[in-house]
Ligand binder design. Structure first.
Ligand code: NDP
Length: 290
């Protein structure tokens, strides 16, 4: 039996992720709000641009939208067929995943929260990490389709667990971004050469994804290329802090980091890369990281 796979949301991530599906599946439907993008995708990658209603015929439906709210809006408009699996790659809200899974269960449709990490380059190279919450049987059924776009495909627990892992991951990334920006501002204030300092730190215990990639490739070279928008990072840190509040935990660093990322997102235009959060510190300290 041929598996029909569909992809909703051809943004910075979705466009590149869906590009791999036609290599593995004979029938791949794509839909995007700005439909010209879906048509361009079809031309470029041999997917099939279809109206939203037709997406409901697919066996496995991926979505990758900014927030759970847009996923809800789409879910109101289509009803997948019984036995279908909805794999939501949005970095969404754990509570929304549980509500969506419950609602779709009535129609015998499984919902997996399956956010990804690896950035647009990981989407391009099919090397993403999928962190998946929800029904394990559905996970195993949808796994080959996720494998077409990723490297590590990890079931992490009940419905909502995938979104929780993603929010905490991005909170930790945001903390590293704040930590590295503060550290390098201090070094610059003391007249230290930042490139040489970076060489040392990347060979030492202070290193992170931020010092290895974001600092040299986005901040110190002043390119700040837009691949992951700052408002999306602010959304992720907010979800992480919501999880903290729900569990009544004491996590002062997470609260502080969320405030800083939120302040940076308010300062910058909406289409700014997450790395421009460093510019909040630059304006406060009057120190440019270059
Ligand atoms: P983009 O802003 O690039 O793309 C958003 C997509 O959602 C577009 O296809 C857009 O359609 C669509 N969309 C927006 N609003 C609506 C709506 N109301 N109804 C229907 N479609 C809508 O986002 P990304 O691809 O960067 O991010 C998508 C998700 O993936 C987010 O949750 C993000 O946090 C997460 N993520 C992003 C990463 C990155 O590096 N960029 C890395 C890992 C996760 P249109 O083209 O019409 O505007």
């Amino acid at each position: 039996m041929t598996t029909t796979v569909a992809f909703i949301g051809l943004g910075a991530m979705g466009y590149r992720m869906a590009a791999h599906l036609p290599k593995h599946f004979a029938q791949v439907y794509v839909w995007n709000r700005n439909f010209a993008k879906a048509q361009q995708h079809a031309q470029q990658y041999q997917s099939q641009a279809v109206p939203l209603a037709q997406i409901a015929d697919a066996d496995i439906i991926f979505s990758c939208l900014p927030t759970s709210q847009q996923v809800d809006e789409i879910l109101q408009q289509i009803q997948p067929k019984a036995g279908a699996i909805w794999v939501d790659c949005t970095s969404g809200e754990p509570q929304a995943a549980r509500a969506q899974a419950e609602r779709l269960q009535q129609f015998e449709v499984a919902f997996l929260d399956a956010p990804v990490s690896g950035q647009t380059i990981g989407a391009e190279n099919a090397s993403l990490t999928f962190m998946v919450g929800g029904d394990e049987h559905a996970f195993h059924q949808a796994r080959p389709a996720m494998q077409a776009m990723g490297q590590l495909i990890q079931h992490v627990g009940h419905s909502g667990a995938g979104f929780a892992v993603k929010a905490v991951n991005n909170m930790m990334m945001a903390m590293h971004l704040c930590a590295a920006t503060e550290g390098f501002s201090t070094l610059k204030a003391h007249g230290v050469n930042l490139d040489k300092a970076l060489n040392c730190i990347n060979a030492s215990s202070g290193q992170s994804f931020i010092t290895q990639h974001a600092l040299p490739e986005r901040i110190l070279n002043r390119s700040f290329p837009l691949t992951f928008a700052l408002p999306l990072l602010a959304k992720d840190t907010r979800i992480a802090v919501d999880l903290v509040h729900q569990a009544k935990l004491v996590t002062p660093l997470m609260g502080l980091c969320q405030s800083l990322i939120q302040a940076a997102a308010q300062q910058q235009p909406a289409d700014s890369d997450f790395s421009t959060a460093a510019q909040l510190y630059e304006s406060l300290n009057k120190i440019k990281l270059e």
